[in-house]
Design a protein around this ligand. Structure first.
Ligand code: LHQ
Length: 262
């Protein structure tokens, strides 16, 4: 599959999408939306995929929606809700519901929708020089792509409100200490670190990893009791996988497990 705004490949159980409009800081224009939809749909259909890595070309990760495509007229106002409904929301729902890990490598500025797409991934690495910015308030908009949810869940009301209303840039180290991302790495190590983690996950106990994702994603809306019940149900499923058997055998035999994702 060849695209104009993305690089896309699936190799050895790992799908890799690279945002590739570096001159416009990888902001989402219509072509990129359509290509992203096609890439995600190809991943959904390919049962061999066990991890997705999202990275980006150039000095930015993604500056959100391409603002140069927004046409204003005297008589009509744009329906941004439709853009969310048709493009961003399906993308975010797909990333959250993939039954395998989604790793993100944030190489530079991640602004607006670009920040919240990154924050919706499962394991987020950022280069030391990267930054995150809820740019929406600067142009009169509301955080989208799940940002109002993610920020509130992860930071609490006061800090979510501050970042969303002031649009301050935070750097990668701050994002780690706030609990927004997993790790900050040196700029020249980012791609290697994210790729080696993605390869490791693509060779991991995929069903179990997918169940971990379900448990952690469900936790914010569950009571402790409900979560205990969910853990019981998911562990029942995990305990019946070949990879659990392999994990225990490898432990007993003192060897490295060879997980098949089954
Ligand atoms: C851009 C963009 C951009 C086009 C940089 N578009 N060209 C959802 C539903 C529907 C519609 C509305 O939106 C949404 C969600 C959203 O994402 S809303 C938020 C949209 N994003 C923004 O408001 C961020 C706008 N960009 C910026 O504030 C800055 O560019 C940041 C802080 C990201 C980076 O600043 P610098 O490092 O100083 O770079 P720069 O501003 O010089 O940008 C480099 C180039 O990229 C430049 O093009 P040029 O041809 O002049 O070199 C920019 O125009 C272009 N670019 N963001 N979103």
């Amino acid at each position: 599959m060849t695209f104009e705004t993305l690089e896309f490949c699936i190799e050895n159980n790992l799908a890799h999408i690279t945002l590739n409009r570096p001159d416009k800081l990888n902001s989402f224009n219509q072509t990129m939306h359509l290509e992203m939809r096609k890439a995600l749909s190809a991943i959904k259909k390919n049962k061999a995929v066990r991890c997705l890595l999202i990275s980006a070309r150039g000095r930015g990760f993604c500056a959100g929606q391409d603002l140069s495509e927004r046409q204003f007229s005297e008589t009509e106002s744009p329906d941004l809700g439709a853009t969310l409904e048709n493009y961003y929301n399906p993308m975010l729902r797909t990333l959250r519901s993939f039954p395998f890990p989604v790793v993100c490598a944030v190489n530079g500025v991640a602004a607006g929708a670009g920040a919240n797409i990154a924050l919706a991934c499962d394991i987020i690495f950022a280069a030391r020089s990267a930054s995150f910015m809820q740019a929406f308030c600067k142009i009169g908009l509301v955080p989208d792509c799940g940002g109002s949810w993610t920020l509130t869940q992860q930071l609490g009301r006061a800090r979510a409100m501050g970042l969303a209303m002031l649009g301050d840039k935070i750097n990668a180290e701050q994002a780690v200490s706030l609990g927004l991302i997993y790790r900050c790495v040196e700029d020249d190590k980012l791609n290697d670190e994210a790729l080696s983690t993605a390869i490791k996950l693509a060779n991991g106990p995929t069903l179990g990893l997918g169940l971990i994702k379900r448990a952690i994603n469900a936790a914010p809306s569950n009571s402790f009791d409900q979560q205990l019940d969910l853990e019981r149900d998911l562990q029942r499923i995990a305990g019946r996988t070949d990879d659990y058997r392999e994990g225990v055998s490898a432990f007993t035999d003192k060897r490295k497990p060879e997980f098949k994702g089954q």
